[in-house]
Design a protein around this ligand. Sequence first.
Ligand SMILES: [Zn+2]
Length: 139
Amino acid sequence: MSIGIDVKPLEERVYRYKQPFKSFYCPLCRTKRSIIHNFRLTKGNFFQIVLITIVINICVFPFTGAKGLFFIFPVWGVFEFVKRSLFKKEIACPHCGFDASWYKRDVKVARKIVEEFWLTKAGQSSALKDEKLEAEAIS
Ligand SMILES: [Zn+2]
């Protein structure tokens, strides 16, 4: 699709992941993005959940009996929470700060996040410049 304007991504050389869960282009800066964490639990995760529940049961069985099996639910909940937070962390674009999950919920907040991202980025680069100038002044 051409719209007559030469649009270039902010970052053209991005790290390529072997098996990304999702690949897409950042809607704000057009950089190719990859997300490696799937927010859904995998078979391996369920295996871990069962294993952790068994270990918990070995410890609590004398006190709780078969009721200890219900520990599978909080363990499951923790896994879901960790997976989702890993996924959410990855959504935000590392090049321009655009966060699609916030954009869906509140556009104003998403704008603010992008603004803050660029402010801190500008702050960092000017701090780097200062350091360089200082280094040059010393030598
Ligand atoms: Zn971006």
